[in-house]
Ligand binder design. Structure first.
Ligand code: SAH
Length: 342
């Protein structure tokens, strides 16, 4: 049974040790309740329940709380029981998926529900965090327009310091933590500081955002491989060979963070021999209400996508023609047949 209660200005007494009750206290405060706490049964005296409408008993294992239930019944006070917050001092890197909360894993949701602190940025399900992590302090470390983002080293320092204080720390990242998310660096920082760290994978935008536009990154007989590249760290030193390799591989090319460097990439791919008629698509703001797909061809891609902005996923390759507008089975089969019997 799941109930939603209006707790604004309701006098609530939370019992249980400070460590066990920490998340409960934050949750009830966030809901606007007038929270009082007592952290050991010896502090429970006559009069404690005067003016109280709800008692939240956090089970900290102390048998001294046993008379509380009877006292609540006597005073006609609602008694709610809760589990103690699990011990902290750890970090969980959580993949937030491409945006909607229901595209996160159950394990990701459980980690958020148990979190004391959540460090998040703008991608992933940031808007719903107060519901998903009601007991947590929410810290925005992301880039917001016009503001500088918190530098990576500072994020790592904050995470480690918070875990050292005994908190369960969640670092929420868009998509999957290990796909262009600097997740590896954050794991390394925790390991170096002796903080236990785990990673909960997420649905990467590299696969899911094309899917939101009806584009399969592989399709039998059309494309049997896909390569995910970042436009942010353009293929530089060995660039020419890398681009030639990408072009020669013949699979789907998926580009994240690619809007800014798109002209550069397109020119390079054309130079490397990819046909100007190669289908291409740009999917902006996948899974949001203003998701938009632009279908084009490599040769026209720069002009056709002039108004596109980040966040966007770029798809270059035959599968890009299989978008939502044309993604009928017949179309896919026609394309597959054309590849098989040119
Ligand atoms: N770790 C993330 C990627 C981080 S890089 C993942 O696995 O998805 C950030 C880039 O991801 C954005 O610039 C954009 O290219 C892409 N991206 C993430 N979410 C997106 C969304 N909902 N719609 C479009 N692009 C998205």
């Amino acid at each position: 049974m799941r109930l939603t209660a209006d707790l604004l200005d309701v006098p609530v007494l939370i019992t249980g040790s400070a460590v066990a009750a920490r998340r409960t206290v934050r949750r009830y405060r966030a809901a606007g309740a007038q929270v009082r706490t007592i952290d050991c049964p010896a502090h429970f005296v006559t009069g404690t329940l005067d003016e109280v409408r709800v008692v939240v008993a956090v089970d900290d294992g102390d048998p001294g709380w046993a008379p509380l239930a009877a006292a609540c019944r006597l005073h006609n006070v609602l008694l709610v029981r809760e589990q103690a917050a699990l011990p902290g001092r750890n970090v969980t890197l959580v993949g937030g998926g491409p945006g909607p909360a229901d595209l996160m894993t159950s394990r990701a949701l459980a980690a958020l529900a148990e979190a004391d602190v959540v460090f998040y940025d703008r991608l992933g399900p940031a808007a719903e965090l107060d519901l998903l992590a009601p007991g947590a302090e929410l810290v925005d470390v992301g880039k917001t327009p016009g503001h500088h983002r918190v530098p990576q080293e500072e994020i790592e320092r904050l995470m480690v310091a918070s875990a050292h204080r005994g908190h369960r720390v969640v670092r929420l990242k868009g998509g999957d933590p290990f796909v262009f998310g600097r997740g590896g660096e954050e794991v390394a920082a925790c390991v170096a500081a002796g903080i236990p760290v785990t990673v909960v994978p997420g649905i990467s935008s590299a696969i899911s955002v094309p899917a939101a536009a009806g584009i399969p990154v592989t399709h039998r007989n059309v494309s049997h491989s896909f390569t995910v590249v970042s436009g942010h760290a353009p293929l530089s030193t060995a660039e020419h060979t890398s681009l030639a390799g990408l072009a020669a591989a013949g699979g789907t090319i998926v580009v994240l963070m690619g809007i800014g460097t798109l002209p550069h990439l397109v020119a390079g791919l054309l130079r490397s021999g990819l046909a100007a008629t190669t289908p291409a698509a740009v999917i902006e703001r996948g899974y949001s209400r203003d998701q938009r797909t632009t279908n084009t061809e490599l040769g026209n891609m720069v002009t056709a996508t002039a108004t596109c902005s980040n966040p966007a996923v770029l798809v270059i390759g035959a599968v890009a023609a299989l978008g939502a507008n044309s993604a009928t089975t017949a179309e896919m089969n026609r394309l597959a047949a054309a590849m098989l019997h040119p």
